[in-house]
Design a protein around this ligand. Structure first.
Ligand code: GLC
Length: 719
């Protein structure tokens, strides 16, 4: 359909039909649905009549080719103008084949593999009838108390942007209209949802415009620069105004400065939540404010459906404002080819063949391998097949390893750690649960100790239930539950080698684990192939390459702790620093337990001093940096060489370092390679006191290394 055709269709629509296009409801409201569907928020009582349903514009949470074809068919039969429904769902890190959670995917530092995971997710969801996925979630995070850190790729704006682009590419492909294997992406949650005070979900966000621009906005912009089709507003306020009704953020920045003219959808109920936020007196006021700010679709509440016609009749809302939103939605349906084929990729026969295929599971396994992070290893790993292994803990044989946003994923399909070991060893390991997630008793402990005494090495599988993170999963205590710490401590008294494997959705305070473990693997929620991936890593058939993208604090009292912090006027450890009167805690280090970019390997790598092509950079000439990296161990390994920059004197304070680039290199034992980076003036730009974005002449430090703390440095000058 041409733009002209869309205008003609719009002109045929009545005002009630236009208003109904702006509402999204979950599947139970629709004829032909199985009444299941994904309910991921509070179900409000809504004044939506059966007469409204044939004109509703989009459906939330449907899946299954049969069901979606049935809903679409019934809808088209009753829709006066035959405008097809859009089907949107949360396919965040896999559809049926579940990949590791995004916080794990970030630790792979492998955007190509992240793109592949999104492509697989798109292929499985498209054949199941889905048109739009509510992903990528790119909210920058610094507070592991917030349960949704599991959904994002971490604390760095540049890296989050790299992964945002990769996921959009994977979901959307290059020819969305023609492709039956891709879906439209919806970047979320715009904006700065991850900065909720106290890490408490849905809580207030309060920050300077500079912080917002410098840290929290870049990844959304990166997704839109990759032609992401939709944006979802966040529940929180931005500078005192809820994002969903924030003119400055939406019409000003998103649709103005960023020139985004795609569809903006509210997060669940966020339009009606303008009332408890205290910026709307009632649903009518909420409808006026949200639509005027540029929120096109109201998800799961009925402010638009109940009041937009009235607001137009009163002359408060101009019908052209509604037309603008409707046209964006019709345009998206056009870009998905729905007017030509309302059933798009929904194919029950193909569905059987595509979903959970061997190549898809292989991709999930590879990403689980590259997302796992080796935090500690005193040479206990890799294991030898001759060693007798006891597998103990609540995650020893537990399919709850998919994460809270795995929706269509099935725990029954997940390869547990035990199954992974059996697949590898062709025999059952000694096994005892020892404790539940948060309960332990004398009997279960005794059984675990009895089993442990028969083994040469203990694999202790610990972690969080998947509902302890994710949406509405905030915690004030980020240590493992005491029952699990007690189990580990009791096992440690047997004085046998202990490999602790963590299945969790957030950085944890690992006190109580690190003291008793000879090796620690951060497995996150590794997805459908988790057990097989971990078995390969445990026995050295695969080597670790994962590196943290979110700092692990020493304690919750330290939060927020992140690598790209400012130096302050009294930095601890400065050459002339006082002992007491510096920025420090009396009872804790300032830095994290494990820093951003950290991850061990079975081998070791040595870095030479970096060499610059020149020590002067200009705006029209790049500067090349070369650093030699050598594999100094006995294992082939992949190293992620990270490059950080520091602006030594800014017009405003500047972070002590900022990730600007990274390269992965695979090295054989003893092999050395030169890694090359190109530095540009663009990488030195920042927001000045007047919020202009530019670079300043001056001195800069380059820091290169395996993580954000261990680096080799050199200097150059921008002239
Ligand atoms: C939820 C989440 C959002 C999700 C939406 C639809 O409340 O905040 O991430 O996409 O509702 O399920």
């Amino acid at each position: 359909m041409s733009k002209r055709d869309l205008y003609e269709l719009l002109n045929q629509m009545t005002l009630p039909e236009k208003v109904a296009q702006l509402t999204q409801l979950a599947t139970p409201f629709f004829k032909g649905s199985s009444k299941q569907g994904e309910i991921t928020g509070p179900m409000a009582a809504m004044q939506i009549t059966d007469e409204d349903i044939p004109n509703i514009g989009s459906v939330l949470g449907a899946s299954g080719a049969e069901e979606i074809r049935s809903i679409q068919k019934q809808h088209l039969a009753e829709s006066r103008l035959g405008i097809p429904l859009l089907f949107m769902s949360d396919v965040v890190h896999g559809f049926k084949t579940i990949f590791p959670i995004p916080l794990a995917i970030g630790c792979s530092w492998n955007p190509a593999l992240a793109e592949e995971s999104a492509r697989v997710a798109a292929k499985e969801s498209a054949v199941s009838g889905i048109h739009v996925t509510f992903a990528p979630m790119v909210d920058l995070v610094r507070d592991p108390r917030w349960g949704r850190v599991m959904e994002t790729t971490g604390e760095d704006p540049y890296l989050n942007g790299v992964f945002a682009k990769a996921q959009v590419r994977g979901f959307q492909g290059d020819h969305l209209k023609e492709s039956k294997e891709h879906v439209a992406a919806c970047v979320k949650h715009f904006a700065a949802y991850g900065a909720a005070e106290g890490g408490r979900d849905y809580n207030t966000v309060n920050m300077s415009d500079r912080q917002l621009q410098e840290m929290y906005l870049p990844a959304y912009k990166a997704a839109l620069d990759e032609d992401c089709k939709m944006v979802m507003s966040s529940f929180n306020i931005v500078d005192g105004i809820p994002a969903t009704a924030n003119q400055t953020l939406m019409n000003g920045l998103l649709r103005g400065d960023w020139d985004f003219d795609g569809v903006m959808i509210s997060d669940w109920g966020a339009v009606k939540e303008l009332i408890p936020h205290g910026v709307a007196a009632d649903k009518k006021d909420a409808a006026r404010k949200a639509l005027s700010a540029g929120t096109d679709i109201e998800m799961m509440t009925d402010c638009y459906a109940s009041h937009l016609e009235e607001l137009v009749a009163e002359g408060v809302i101009d019908e052209q404002t509604i037309d603008q939103s409707v046209l964006r939605i019709l345009q998206l349906k056009e870009e998905l080819g729905l007017f030509e084929n309302p059933y798009r990729g929904a194919d029950p026969v193909q569905e059987e063949q595509i979903i959970m295929s061997a190549p898809h599971r292989e991709a999930a396994k590879q990403l689980a391998i590259e997302s796992s992070v080796l935090l500690k290893n005193d040479q206990t790993l890799p294991l030898q097949k001759s060693q007798k292994v006891a597998l103990i803990g609540p995650f020893a044989d537990n399919g709850d390893i998919l994460g809270q946003w795995s929706w269509q994923g099935s725990k029954e399909d997940a390869i547990t750690l035990r199954q992974g070991l059996v697949n590898k060893l062709q025999e059952e390991p000694l096994l005892a649960v020892g404790s539940d997630i948060s309960e332990i008793n004398a009997t279960s402990l005794e059984q675990a100790l009895t089993v442990a005494q028969q083994a040469d090495v203990l694999i202790v599988a610990l972690g969080e239930h998947s509902t302890m993170s994710g949406e509405a999963g905030s915690l004030t205590n980020i240590q493992l539950p005491q029952a699990q710490l007690d189990l580990l401590q009791s096992l440690a008294e047997l004085d046998k080698p202990i490999v602790s494997i963590l299945f969790n959705g957030r950085p944890l305070d690992l006190h109580g684990v690190i003291e008793h473990s000879h090796a620690i693997i951060e497995a996150w929620f590794p997805g459908t192939e988790g057990g097989n991936a971990l078995a390969d890593l445990l026995y050295g058939d695969e080597n670790f390459s994962g590196k943290l993208t979110m700092s692990f604090p020493n304690s919750v009292g330290q939060i927020p702790v992140y690598y790209n912090h400012y130096n302050t006027g009294r930095p601890k450890g400065a050459p002339d620093a006082q002992v007491r009167y510096v920025s420090q805690y009396l009872d804790s280090p300032n830095g994290p337990l494990f820093p951003f970019g950290f991850g061990l390997s079975y081998t070791t790598f040595a870095y030479q001093e970096p060499v610059l092509s020149t020590d002067q950079l200009t705006s029209d000439r790049t500067l090349n940096l070369t650093v030699k990296v050598k594999n100094t161990g006995n294992w082939t390994g992949t190293e992620t060489v990270q490059l950080y920059l520091r602006d030594l004197v800014g017009e405003v304070v500047r972070p002590v370092k900022e990730l600007k680039d990274f390269k992965q290199v695979k090295l054989l034992p003893g092999e050395e390679q030169e890694i090359h980076f190109t530095l540009t003036e663009e990488q030195l730009r920042y927001y000045h006191s007047d919020m202009s974005y530019s670079s300043d002449p001056g001195d800069f430090e380059v820091l290169v290394g395996p993580n954000s703390q261990e680096t080799v440095n050199t200097f150059f000058t921008l002239i």
